[in-house]
Design a protein around this ligand. Structure first.
Ligand code: F6P
Length: 368
């Protein structure tokens, strides 16, 4: 058994940011390893940083994690707001942002917690880093997001499940596309990275894939569709990442949400592209926005395994005194990197990757 360097007796755990399939598998691994390997007690904060700020928490034992491995979402609840270093408070009828991290530290002390495991995306990991830097609180981060866009890890859990859902959607859209001779546009999530669009597009046999990393022109998109029609293929499948941008253009923003970890809510590019395709090619074009279906459902075996490895490693690394770090996948191993290196930098699709090249060689258009 690894030595408990820090004499840690009780750990806290929370899930922050948008939910992703596999969160429960991490929680389960954290609880089981903490109890079985180290005899620790565990406190779970409810609703992410909201629970940490308001001291809403519950004791977690092995019995609390029974049966949660195949369940999507998070049994602890989550929010993508409530940054304690930038917390909205009403003063004289106006919202002002304050640093209430001292209150969070008081809550952690009142729970008798010696170390904290924060499972989240970039916004949550930045808060973890601040708690470590400012207060020396032993923290370890676990990277989570369906977008797969966190630097310093080869994969985040949640991505594989989202990709599977998106691929199934493309398979189903093929039916109507072929039968009705239509262009079917599928808008997928991913924020400013094109991982979900690229991987599902290739896996589902899309004809056009638009990703944020490769600005597109509508002329090139329509060229591909028209070329297919001339070759006797009277339908096309276009996969558009929500963060895709036309050359010289901007991302399409659905809403600005103040106080959120990610204030710009993206969405709508699929409809813009679909309208332009129909107008220019004369082919009936329909759009499907996959939305939160990508975040839901039971995690795939890959995500369950990665999440379990991350959760177990998070506890082990804490007990080895590797604070201020984030667990990561360095294929084939699980390792850790300083949170400072892991946050702030985004992992985008490398344009020279073999998958982009293979897609091009297979005749898939990126609209460029
Ligand atoms: O980061 C995960 C993600 O699902 C993005 O792909 C998407 O842009 C965003 O979250 C949606 O967030 P919300 O659920 O807050 O609308």
């Amino acid at each position: 058994m690894p030595r408990n360097k820090a004499q840690i007796k009780r750990i806290g755990v929370l899930t922050g940011g948008g939910d992703a399939p596999g969160l429960n598998a991490v929680i389960r691994a954290v609880v089981k390893v903490a109890v079985r390997e180290y005899g620790l007690s565990i406190i779970g904060f409810i609703d992410g940083f909201g629970g940490l700020i308001e001291n809403r928490a519950r004791r977690m034992a092995e019995k609390d994690v029974v049966g949660i491995l195949p369940r999507g979402g998070t049994i602890l609840g989550t929010t993508n707001r409530d940054n304690p270093f930038h917390y909205p408070v009403k003063e004289d009828g106006k919202i002002v942002y304050k640093d209430i991290s001292g209150q969070v530290m008081d809550n952690i002390a009142s729970q008798g917690i010696d170390a904290l495991i924060i499972i989240g995306g970039d916004g949550s990991l930045k808060i973890a880093l601040e708690l470590w830097k400012r207060y020396n609180l032993p923290v370890i981060g676990v990277p989570k997001t369906i977008d797969n866009d966190i630097a310093a890890t080869d994969r985040t859990f949640g991505f594989d499940t989202a990709l599977t859902t998106a691929t199934e959607a493309i398979d189903k859209l093929h039916t109507t596309a072929e039968s009705h001779h239509r262009v079917m546009v599928l808008e997928v999530m991913g924020r400013y990275a094109g991982w979900i669009a690229l991987h599902s597009g290739v896996a589902g046999g899309a004809d056009v894939i638009l990703i944020p990393e490769i600005p597109f022109t509508i002329e090139k998109v329509c060229e591909k569709i028209t070329e297919r029609k001339k070759a006797g293929k009277h339908f096309s499948i276009v996969v558009v990442a929500e963060g895709a941008v036309p050359v010289g253009g901007q991302v399409v923003v659905k809403k600005v949400v103040e106080g959120s970890f990610e204030p710009l809510r993206l969405g709508g590019i699929g409809s813009v592209v679909a309208e332009q395709i129909e107008e220019r090619t004369g082919i009936e074009t329909r759009v499907t926005i996959l939305g939160h279906l990508q975040r839901g459902g039971s995690p795939t075996p890959f995500d369950r395994i990665l999440a379990t490895r991350f959760g177990a490693a998070a506890v082990n690394f804490l007990m080895e005194g590797r604070y201020g770090e984030m667990v990561c996948l360095r294929t084939p191993d699980i390792g850790s990197v300083p949170l400072a290196e892991a946050t702030g930098a985004m992992r985008c699709v490398p344009l020279g990757s073999d998958l982009v090249r293979a897609a091009r060689e297979m005749g898939i258009s990126f609209g460029d």
